[in-house]
Unconditional design. Structure first.
Length: 185
């Protein structure tokens, strides 16, 4: 039997719900206040990549105009399978540093590893064009030419991301490394 709002019927059940709701709400507010007093730890970008990456990060942060250091940092990220970090570091570089061939080469490699073969090919070709005017190392030109051939083959085969079709990416690699030998008998 349901009684009025007073006594032991519906009214006391209604009071119990409000009490329970108040208790849950106050615990929730206490937890929110407690968690807000402990700020989150900053993200360490080069964490678990070794002290040399952390040193390069600190140096590049203090000297963003140093293209050589940025190139080394980008390649260190790429060597640790972190192309997104490499791309982010390259994107933060000043415009005049982005035009340096070694930085462009790192950008082409990062774009390729991020699955952007067509854009990487365009960037790699720009780097090789710049090396015709600038004084680039033989290693930079050699690696750049090899990457350009491989990217061109990937684009021909319609493979933008080597991870999406590893077998076609391997075919592109094989085509790009073909060597012709002369039989001089």
């Amino acid at each position: 039997m349901i009684r009025g709002l007073s006594g032991t019927g519906l009214g006391s059940m209604h009071d119990f719900r409000w009490t329970l709701l108040g208790l849950v709400g106050s615990v929730g507010l206490w937890l929110a206040a407690f968690s807000a007093s402990n700020p989150a730890m900053p993200a360490l970008v080069g964490q678990n990549m070794g002290p040399e990456v952390a040193e390069l990060e600190a140096y590049v942060s203090a000297h963003p105009e140093d293209a050589n250091a940025l190139s080394r940092l980008s390649h260190a990220y790429l060597d640790h399978a972190a192309p997104g970090l490499a791309q982010a570091a390259l994107d933060r570089a000043p415009l005049e540093v982005r035009d340096v061939p070694s930085v462009g080469d790192a950008r082409a490699r990062a774009l390729w590893e991020l699955g952007r073969a067509q854009i990487a090919l365009d960037v790699q070709r720009n780097v090789l064009d710049a090396c015709r005017v600038a004084d680039c190392s033989y290693a930079l030109v050699g690696k750049g030419r090899h990457r350009e051939r491989m990217l061109a083959e990937m684009v021909k085969l319609g493979v933008d991301d080597p991870k999406s079709d590893p077998s076609l990416a391997f075919v592109a690699y094989q085509r790009s490394t073909r060597q012709v030998s002369l039989d001089l008998r």
